[in-house]
Design a protein around this ligand. Structure first.
Ligand code: ADP
Ligand code: UDP
Length: 240
């Protein structure tokens, strides 16, 4: 992979070109950010854990017919992905009330949400990712109606697969954020699925096992990610 050029450095991942113009190398860094990038720290092993975590989930989703950008693992902390034209919105599905939903609506954390909710947020750190809706997305041409319908349908389809997967490991998938993009006229799930972008609680104890440990300075952040990985059967390299 000699011809790599850095294309984009985000808060947690870096994207590089490859010899194949349709594919990118996605490197998962140890950088961990909260509050729209206001707090950033390096957490040992996080990039590697998220890379393996994401590969496992994306492969699982693909076997359930949810097309996504993942091509293959490239190294411990990087994967090859299809190069997408990203839609600049985040899609959030919630099974249990937590985080901004509680802050915005005054609902109690832990409340079961039936049916699960769906929200769009504009990807814009300077504006603190404001919530947007179908009307705004159409007017500002961030996506088409067909994209909107597909993003919602695919985001809920992901829930059907993952809620069960986590449940079988004694875990609750509280909520998660997804990003989509276009590839050759197809809408694909992109970005990542890892404990950086979802909430996961132990079903019995409600122990927090996701990035809220970092946001709330609870400690043992990567240890919690590794616990989830191990309970889902994700094989991680041994500590050197
Ligand atoms: P952020 O940009 O939010 O700081 P990251 O550090 O995770 O986040 O950077 C990854 C960036 O790459 C995001 O902007 C995301 O939208 C984009 N991205 C994710 N997957 C792909 C893909 N397959 N093709 C092109 N861009 C992608
Ligand atoms: N999320 C994310 N990136 C963001 C905003 C949210 O990955 O820029 C994830 C977050 O980890 C959680 C879900 O989306 O799993 C819902 O987040 P919420 O709206 O509750 O916001 P927060 O409390 O994290 O500010």
């Amino acid at each position: 992979m000699g011809s790599q050029q850095l294309l984009y450095t985000g808060k947690a991942k870096s994207l590089f070109t490859t010899e194949n113009p349709d594919q990118l190398l996605c490197q998962f860094r140890n950088d961990t950010s909260a509050f729209d990038g206001q707090r950033i720290e390096k957490l040992d092993r996080k990039g590697m854990v998220n890379n393996y975590f994401n590969a496992f989930i994306m492969e699982k989703l693909a076997t359930h017919g949810i097309a996504n950008h993942f091509v293959k693992l490239q190294s411990d902390d990087s994967s090859i992905v299809k190069k997408l034209r990203m839609i600049p919105v985040e899609c959030v599905v919630r099974n249990i009330a937590a985080g901004s939903l509680c802050r915005r609506l005054g609902v109690e954390a832990g409340l079961e949400l039936n049916p699960p909710t769906f929200e769009f947020f504009l990807k814009n750190d300077e504006l603190h990712d404001p919530m947007v809706n179908d009307s705004l997305i159409l007017t500002f041409k961030w996506a088409t109606q067909e994209d909107i319908d597909q993003m919602k349908a695919k985001a809920f389809a992901v829930n059907e697969v993952l809620k069960k997967l986590f449940q079988e490991a004694g875990l609750i998938l509280v909520d998660y954020k997804l990003e989509f993009g276009h590839f050759n006229g197809q809408l694909l799930l992109g970005d990542e699925f890892s404990p950086d972008g979802c909430r996961i609680w132990d079903a019995a104890t409600k122990k927090v096992l996701d990035k809220d440990r970092f946001r709330k300075e609870m400690g043992d952040v990567v240890e919690a990610y590794e616990e989830v990985a191990q309970r889902l059967g994700i094989k991680l390299p041994e500590v050197a």
